[in-house]
Design a protein around this ligand. Structure first.
Ligand SMILES: Cc1ncc(C[n+]2csc(CCOP(=O)(O)OP(=O)(O)O)c2C)c(N)n1
Ligand SMILES: [Mg+2]
Length: 577
């Protein structure tokens, strides 16, 4: 039969269960868009900027039941989308990036969008492909999907030249998709050793990342049997529910909340699952796990990379952790959890009190804001943060409950993620509440994507933490430099912006406005209208994460550099910056 490659790609995307594509059409993918329009199972979503499209595809993969797919033009679409592709790459999120390609059947040079896309995409993806033959179109999409989803997931790039989309070519058959069976392998001997090491420890602790999000119940069994506190990474905030009594908080060292710092102080063995001990979750490597480390990760490259493990298991947590839980629970009786649970509860309450007591001088106290938000959110609400001080405030002060989701741009650390990601999360899970916590600087980057939420009638709420600064960086400048540079941002009239872009608007100016403001925003969103909430937040109290991590970075300098830095800061303090 003779078919266009656009039709073949649509067929393959339908077979792998893709539900949405994100992007902007152009002459190089116009045929693909026409095919997508005819699909009964795929919804092509138009965005305002391909950077937003990539963040959306990433969020679909994180919360949805299908893989996030980009349908974008070559070169310009690719370069715009790179930020979101990079985020998915470093955060281990599957994605299919499908761009058109210049015509391969023309002799003329200097075609529109003619750059080496394969070279652009190679460092940001697990694999890159170009479909040059009709019979390769379907198998290439299937192979790309397997590569994106197997092992440590990540984005994969497929270039589809315009001529193959437009013209028909001969294919013998339309193969169906068969998933490869996941490997049930987990090293039994290693798991036995891991169980012995953890059971023998006096004060074992557990540290879970994004890779552990499917096994929280097994982690809970292990924690309860061993009376071990459970700390999470930033990406792993949803990997263990904050309403469990043994939940300690984000991180485990000096950059962690007090409950976690105290609970892990004398930790003599650690079980780490689905984390790479990367920079953020270790507070710039200031949090060091004990020598008796059991490390389980699907990526063998993450094991023994930053910290040596006594027992290293390269396996999917879904295979290894249930087996480890069995092995641990077979050892003796469960320990008494009550003293640890009581200590954690006390530390948690004390930290919140410290925040609530903080005077916010006519602005909004972050803890009172998160108290009120938690009270009004459903347990299974989806919370998306951007990157900045607001991220760490969310991590420290908004408990993510059982069934809830939290995610934010972590290891690529790309500002501008939140607004597009909330839109996709709501598309994937229309029945759930979806809220974004976004810095005012990050909102300026992708806030116009709110237009996409309006045109798709998506009731999401963006709580814009309006402090007038790129605070996370301003804070990192103020102590060592005694001044800040290029971190005061231009002001935006949020009410006028919301009106212009078609969103509803709510202002939360002081603590007195918090309860009514959140209630009204959530109500409007439940009526399928997006809402911009201008939260005049008080940032005068720093997070534990910022304080701990700034200290760690200063400590790392050699004496000469320390003297120079301190000397400069003192001079500026005395004589002015
Ligand atoms: C694309 C991009 N540019 C710059 C940075 C560096 N950066 C990290 S946090 C931050 C400040 C973010 O400011 P805002 O969005 O207002 O959030 P706040 O820290 O004030 O809560 C900056 C500039 C980044 N992570 N990503
Ligand atoms: Mg800000």
């Amino acid at each position: 039969m003779k078919l266009t490659a656009a039709k073949l790609v649509r067929y393959a995307l339908e077979n792998i269960g893709a539900e949405f594509t994100f992007g902007i059409p152009g002459v190089h993918n116009i045929e693909l868009y026409d095919e997508l329009k005819s699909s009964e199972t795929i919804r092509p979503v138009l965005v305002t900027h391909e950077g937003g499209a990539a963040f959306m595809a990433d969020a679909i993969s994180r919360v949805g039941d299908s893989i996030g797919v980009l349908a974008i033009v070559p070169a310009a679409g690719i370069t715009h989308a790179m930020s979101g592709i990079g985020e998915a790459y470093l955060d281990g999120v599957p994605m299919l990036v499908i761009s058109g390609g210049i015509r391969t059947d023309m002799v003329q040079k200097f075609q529109l969008h003619d750059v080496d896309q394969q070279a652009l995409m190679r460092p940001l993806t697990k694999a890159t492909y170009r479909i040059d033959h009709y019979e390769d179109a379907i198998p290439t999409i299937y192979e790309a999907y397997r590569t994106a989803t197997e092992g440590e997931p990540g984005p994969v790039f497929i270039e589809l030249p315009a001529n193959l989309q437009l013209l028909t070519g001969e294919v013998d058959e339309l193969p169906g998709f068969e998933a490869r069976a996941a490997s049930p392998f987990a090293d039994d001997e290693a798991l036995r050793q891991a169980a012995e090491l953890l059971v023998a420890a006096k004060r074992p602790g557990i540290f879970v990342g994004w890779g552990a999000r499917h096994v929280w119940q097994d982690i809970a069994r292990i924690a309860e049997h061993l009376a071990a506190p459970v700390a999470t990474t930033l990406q792993g905030l949803q990997a263990f529910p904050a309403d469990h009594v043994l939940h300690a908080g984000m991180g485990f060292g000096r950059s962690a909340v007090p409950a976690a710092e105290n609970a892990f102080k004398d930790c003599d063995a650690m079980l780490a699952v689905g984390t790479r001990f990367a920079e953020i979750c270790t507070g710039s490597y200031g949090s060091v796990p004990p020598e008796n480390l059991v490390h389980i990760d699907i990526n063998p490259g993450a094991l023994n990379a930053n910290y040596p493990a006594k027992v290293a298991v390269a396996a999917d947590a879904r295979v290894a952790v249930p087996a480890l839980a069995e092995a641990i629970c077979a050892h003796g009786q469960p320990r008494d959890n009550a003293p640890l649970a009581a200590q954690l509860a006390k530390d948690r309450a004390a930290y919140r009190k410290e925040w609530r007591d903080h005077k916010s001088d006519g602005r909004v106290n972050p803890c009172l804001f998160f108290d009120a938000l938690r009270e009004r959110l459903d347990d299974d609400a989806i919370v998306v943060a951007d990157d900045g001080n607001h991220t760490f405030l969310t991590a420290e002060l908004l408990p993510i409950h059982t069934g809830g989701s939290y995610f934010s741009p972590t290891d690529f650390n790309c500002m501008g993620y939140c607004v597009p990601a909330t839109i996709a999360a709501k598309l994937a899970k229309p029945e759930k509440q979806v809220v974004g916590i976004v810095g005012d600087g990050a909102f300026l980057m992708t806030g116009l994507e709110s237009v996409t939420a309006v045109s798709n009638q998506l009731g999401v709420v963006w709580f814009v933490f309006n402090d007038g600064e790129l605070a996370q960086i301003a804070q990192a400048q103020e102590i060592p430099y005694q001044r800040s540079t290029c971190t005061t941002i231009g002001s935006l009239d949020y009410e006028a912006f919301a009106k212009a872009a078609g969103s509803a608007y709510v202002g939360i100016e002081t603590n007195d406005d918090i309860a009514a403001g959140i209630t009204s925003a959530l109500k409007t969103a439940s009526e399928n209208q997006p809402v911009v909430v201008n939260v005049r937040i008080d940032y005068s109290k720093k997070t534990r994460f910022t304080k701990g991590t700034v200290k760690t970075n200063l400590d790392r300098f050699d004496t000469r550099t320390k003297v120079r830095m301190i000397g400069r800061a003192l001079y500026r303090k005395v004589f002015g910056a």
